[in-house]
Write a protein of this length. Structure first.
Lengths: 649, 515
């Protein structure tokens, strides 16, 4: 089968599953689960079939497009972009997705709306695949919005719980802010290209990635373009980046992600490990040519990532809900990826995205298994000692933790090392932040593991190991978390001559020329690795000191840093600030609009309507049933019309 | 004489007579089966229109000028078969077939007169056929009267009902008045030109009979006030059929009083017969530039007044048939708007809208018939709760009304779009396009009021309508046409554009940019 056909299968298989479930099998739970699983596995198989062709070959890119809309002189295609970047991302989405779908069949057993869950999940997978395979900005934006809608449905899955509904709304609205920026960015980019096309030969306006990239990378055109439109192009890039800021939950649009934990745990795993939040990073990687030339833009991106990583890691310490810890950890890791993007290291970002997808999905599913085993208890203070009751969950969770902390030789070590290496070369401050965050990561994850699995059991339920449908995905993901780092062993590691496999596959793909232009090939820096490992180990030691052995009293420590602790508990007052903004500013403006609407516009509209009704009532009276009057009306009318025309002529 | 061209007409007339005779031989208790005979006639006629023998080029090129092909005429040039007449004949066949499917239930309540009803419906159909092909003022008048006279009887068919008789009488009086106006107009035209024929007849290179098309094209007949008065009077007379102001006065009463299937038939068949004749007459006189320049403001004025009259009058109505009556006056205004902008896009839009109007209006009336059978009422209030009680009927009526209102993605939207769009091609008529837009909004209000009752009010009549198979067929066909025509209007639009091209409305309105 051709790549095009396989690509379309990988894209549409989950969509077909969603449609079939919605239309036919809502009543039958087992069938719905099976269909959803079949859809995502079909997408996985199709992706793997393309991958075995694409990865060994020399990096190329191919866009298979059909004309979708033609407005004026502009055509907007719909198509499939096949290159290493999209296939890697699709492998993550469908691979991790398959594990999560399988896990869900066990986890969601007995829930009302089981079929609805799988329909939404499939729709979500379809939306995500749409972003992955998109060939142009419009298609990306369309699926970007679809991701927003389907994530809304999934986060608010327990719609009888007000908290879940609020969380869904919050996620949707926060994302809308980013999407708005993105829309403006896309339009600004297009508009700028239209303007440029009038003066600079060789420039034509388009939404297609390949097309725009060709313009950006043609040196002769680029020099002219940058002279006349530098500011507009930079702002276009940054505005498109705001879409990524919201989806990938960067400060200050990160507020939706912790709340989104109200959704079912597999949803958290899917959205916050492998897919939705990764979409932002993927978008920037895909459109890297938009940023690569602007130092200012890269600085903003890098610092935004670094700050997010630090702030989120700190907040993870004060959480008691096991899923919230993972949520803040996700924020922090996404900060890492964004930072890597800003540090001219998109390969490192995609590498970390890949490994993170494995171990974060593992951790989320592990936490789901714990929650399931403890009868829907999420508070870590009500856990402890679970390693004896649920050994598979505990061991796999520990593997995930060590991978996340970046312990050699697990997956997280390699990808984090790649980011820290990039930072050490580009920006010392950010390097410092990176190492600090590595320490904090290890510490809060150690805290989480110790509180959950060690010590005495503090809860009241009877914990038990989860069924095989849930533990099998855990084992698969644990294996992946152990070895995923091997895909990109750095140059210089034990005398390696070349860069990693992933680096080779990605550089040369669709976004490649812009990536490679002046981008450093990742090299192994022994000291960076050593400091990263030391930081991670130190973090774990701290966790043991505070929570395992209790050498230091937590209460005393907390009271010593009371203001900081409050700051963290209140999430740096972000939510309060936004609430104030909505209540005090937006609400006042809304009342003003309401006043105008009710007392001015409605009056105007009602008057127009009433006038018409009155005239209508009068018109009706002409025809009152008397035939003689009808004849009169007809004849007089005829005479009037004839004389009007004749006089007029 | 080329009688092959008349095959559809012959089929319908013979069919009508056959049904009448068959009726005489059937015992009283078996007359119910007669509807199938009646239904067969328009279907066979429809099939006949697709015969290759009828596919004759309507125009031929002689010395660089496109003239009427004598091969496409019959009955000494009084009968003309071109793309427009063919399209309309097919539309009439569909309309008659759908109406016959709808009438069966109504007639079984009537006990007697079934045969006459079917025959009259078919005779009316033959009249419409001849209207579509009329090629001189005499055949035009006779064809029109065949339709009108058949409808006098059909409207008054429910002899036990006072309103039905009253409606028939009103139609008769107003019909006579309009016939008088039209004949007066024909007399004016004859006086000014000396002929009532559209085409000349040439025997052995010698003109044995002069025709208006040729007189106007060669400049032998020029603009004169008498000619203008004559044509305007003819248009006013035709306006009776199409329910244009000021001869629309009969519409609400007759629509309300007539048996509902007859109202449905009247609202599409009779109306389209009037429109096709308007187009024909306009086409003939469009060969003279000054005539078009004087007729355009006249048609525009009639269109605007008709639009406002129909749509404003519909606002306070409480009876669905009366509402549809006023709505049909409004719809007439839209088609007139296209006729007034008589250049290619306008005519194409007009033909498109006329075709779309057949299925749309018939769908609405089919639902009205079914609902009134269950509730015994035509009050709009009695449609409350239809959405819950009878979701399929409610959906069908909603789709039909939305299409009438011109809401995408239904076929009516594209019709209105083309009609209003055509007026924006000329500076002179732009105001008319704005009038059309304002009226879209007004019309939307009263259509939505019905839809609101259907879905947002508590039901008043628990009786659920039983939908017989025949009406299911009607609804299925019309719904399919509404939706498919709305999603893929190109098929029909291409066809109507081709016909409009063939009609050759030679002069363009002043100041307009020809597209």
């Amino acid at each position: 089968m051709t790549h095009e056909l396989l690509g379309y299968i990988a894209l549409f298989a989950p969509f077909v599953a969603a449609c079939v479930i919605t239309l036919f099998t809502l009543r039958s739970k087992a069938t719905s689960g099976g269909i959803a699983l079949a859809g995502i596995v079909a997408a996985l198989v199709a992706t793997v079939l393309i991958a075995v062709d694409v990865f060994p070959a020399e990096p190329t890119t191919a866009a298979y497009e059909i004309e979708w809309l033609a407005v004026g002189g502009v055509t907007i295609p719909f198509g499939i972009q096949i290159d290493a970047l999209s296939i890697l991302m699709s492998l993550i989405v469908t691979g991790v997705g398959s594990c999560i779908f399988l896990y869900s069949t066990g986890y969601m057993k007995g829930e009302d709306g089981y079929s609805r869950y799988f329909a939404c999940l499939s729709l979500f997978a379809f939306s995500m695949q749409g972003i992955v395979f998109s060939t142009n900005l419009v298609q990306t934006f369309m699926f970007w919005e679809l991701v927003g809608v389907s994530s809304y449905a999934l986060i608010g899955y327990y719609f009888h719980k007000p908290a879940a509904v609020d969380a869904g709304k919050k996620a949707f609205l926060t994302n809308r802010i980013g999407d708005f920026g993105m829309t403006v960015g896309i339009l600004l980019l297009f508009y700028t290209l239209v303007q440029a096309s009038e003066t600079i030969s060789g420039v034509t306006a388009s939404f297609t990635f390949d097309h725009i990239r060709a313009i950006y990378q043609d040196e002769a055109i680029w020099t002219q373009l940058v002279q006349s439109h530098e500011t507009a192009l930079m702002w276009a890039g940054l505005l498109i980046f705001t879409g990524a800021v919201a989806k990938s939950a960067q400060v200050p649009l990160h507020v939706w992600l912790p709340d989104a934990m109200e959704g079912p745990t597999p949803v958290s795993a899917l959205m916050h490990a492998a897919t939705m939040v990764a979409a932002g990073v993927y978008l920037v990687a895909r459109t890297y040519f938009l940023f690569a030339q602007f130092e200012m833009a890269l600085h903003i991106i890098a610092w935004m990532g670094g700050i997010t990583a630090l702030l989120a890691a700190a907040m993870a310490f004060v959480q008691h809900d096991i899923k919230k810890v993972l949520a803040y950890s996700t924020l922090s890791q996404l900060g890492y990826m964004t930072m890597a993007l800003g540090l001219l290291s998109p390969v490192a970002a995609m590498f970390h995205l890949t490994t993170h997808a494995c171990f974060k999905a593992l951790l989320f599913l592990g936490s789901g298994s714990v929650i399931h085993g403890c009868h829907h208890e999420q508070d870590m203070r009500q856990m402890g000692g679970l390693i004896k009751k649920m050994p598979i969950t505990a061991w796999t969770f520990w593997i995930g933790t060590l991978a996340l902390a970046g312990i050699f030789p697990l997956a997280g070590f390699w990808s984090k090392d790649a980011i820290l290496s990039a930072a050490s070369l580009e920006n010392t401050w950010l390097y410092g932040i990176g190492v600090l965050v590595a320490l904090m990561t290890a510490a809060y994850m150690g805290r989480c593991c110790i509180l959950t699995f060690h010590g005495e059991y503090r809860g009241h339920a009877k914990p038990h190991e989860s069924p095989a449908t849930m533990t099998i995905p855990l084992v698969i993901l644990a294996v992946a978390s152990l070895f995923a780092g091997l895909i990109n062993l750095p140059k210089g590691f034990f005398g390696r001559e070349t860069g990693g496999w992933l680096e080779h596959a990605l550089v040369g793909s669709a976004a490649a020329p812009s990536w490679s232009a002046g981008l450093p090939v990742e090299e192994f820096h022994p000291w960076v690795a050593v400091w990263g490992t030391v930081a991670a180990l130190a973090g774990i030691v701290l966790a043991v000191a505070f929570y395992g052995k209790r050498w230091v009293s937590i209460d005393r420590f907390v009271s010593a840093i009371k203001p900081l602790h409050t700051l963290l508990e209140r999430k740096y007052f972000f939510d309060d600030a936004y609430l104030w903004l909505v209540r005090e500013v937006q609400q006042r403006f809304a009342r003003l609009c309401d006043f105008v609407e009710v007392y001015i516009l409605r009056w105007l509209v009602d008057t127009v309507g009433a006038l018409h009704r009155w005239v209508g009532g009068q018109v009706r009276l002409i025809l009152d049933g008397h035939l003689h009057r009808y004849v009169t009306v007809a004849l007089v009318g005829a005479v009037l019309i004839l004389s009007y025309v004749l006089v007029g002529v | 004489m080329n009688l092959t061209l008349l095959l559809p007409e012959i089929i319908v007339i013979v069919g009508g007579l056959a049904v009448m005779l068959r009726d005489l031989w059937l015992p009283a208790d078996r007359k119910d089966g007669l509807w199938a005979w009646a239904l067969a006639v328009p279907l066979i006629a429809l099939a006949a229109t697709f015969l290759p023998q009828l596919d004759v080029a309507a125009r031929i090129s002689v010395d660089g000028a496109m003239i009427v092909n004598p091969e496409a005429t019959a009955l000494s040039g009084s009968f003309y078969l071109d793309g427009m007449s063919m399209l309309l004949k097919r539309a009439f066949c569909v309309a008659a077939a759908l109406v016959i499917l709808m009438s069966r239930e109504y007639l079984s309540e009537l006990n007697r007169g079934q045969g006459e009803f079917w025959s009259l419906a078919l005779f009316a159909l033959s009249g419409m056929f001849f209207c579509a092909s009329a090629n001189d003022f005499m055949s035009l008048f006779v064809a029109l009267e065949v339709v009108t006279v058949s409808f006098f009887v059909l409207v008054a068919f429910k002899r036990s009902s006072g309103t039905s008789i009253e409606a028939g009488l009103k139609l008769l009086v107003m019909g006579s008045l309009s016939a008088a106006l039209m004949l007066y107009g024909i007399a004016f035209v004859y006086g000014a030109s000396g002929t009532v024929f559209f085409d000349q007849v040439v025997v052995n290179g010698e003109v044995t009979r002069t025709g208006l098309r040729d007189l106007l094209a060669t400049g032998q007949l020029v603009y004169s006030t008498e000619l203008l008065i004559g044509v305007m009077l003819i248009f006013l007379g035709l306006g009776f059929k199409t329910s244009a102001v000021p001869l629309h006065v009969w519409v609400p009463d007759v629509y309300q009083g007539a048996p509902t299937p007859v109202t449905a038939y009247l609202s599409v068949g009779s109306k389209l017969a009037g429109f096709v004749l308007m187009l024909r007459v306009l086409e003939v006189f469009s060969r003279s530039g000054p005539m078009v320049d004087s007729l355009t403001p006249f048609l525009a004025l009639v269109a605007a007044v008709t639009l406002f009259y129909g749509n404003l009058g519909a606002l306070p109505q409480s009876n669905i048939k009366r509402l549809l009556g006023y709505s049909s006056i409004g719809q007439c205004g839209y088609i007139l708007l296209g006729i007034a902008s008589a250049w290619t896009v306008g005519i194409s839009g007009t033909l498109f809208y006329m075709t779309a109007y057949v299925v749309t209006n018939l769908a609405a009336f089919a639902v009205v018939i079914l609902v009134s059978r269950a509730t015994n009422s035509h009050e709009i209030d009695d449609y409350s709760g239809l959405g819950r009680k009878n979701p399929l009927l409610a959906a069908a009526l909603t789709v039909a009304l939305l299409s009438l209102a011109g809401v995408p993605p239904f076929i009516g939207f594209f019709g209105k779009f083309m009609l209003i769009g055509s007026t924006f091609g000329s500076d002179e008529l732009r105001w008319l396009g704005l009038v059309g837009m304002v009226n879209v909004v007004i019309a939307l209000y009263y259509y939505l009021c019905v839809i609101k009752r259907i879905y947002m009010r508590e039901e008043r009549h628990p009786a659920k309508s039983v939908v017989p198979l025949r009406l299911k067929v009607v609804l299925a066909i019309s719904m399919a046409a509404l939706v498919i025509g709305g999603i893929a209007p190109q098929f029909l639009a291409d066809k109507t554009a081709e016909i409009a091209e063939e009609l050759q409305f030679a002069p363009r309105p002043r100041g307009g940019e020809h597209r």
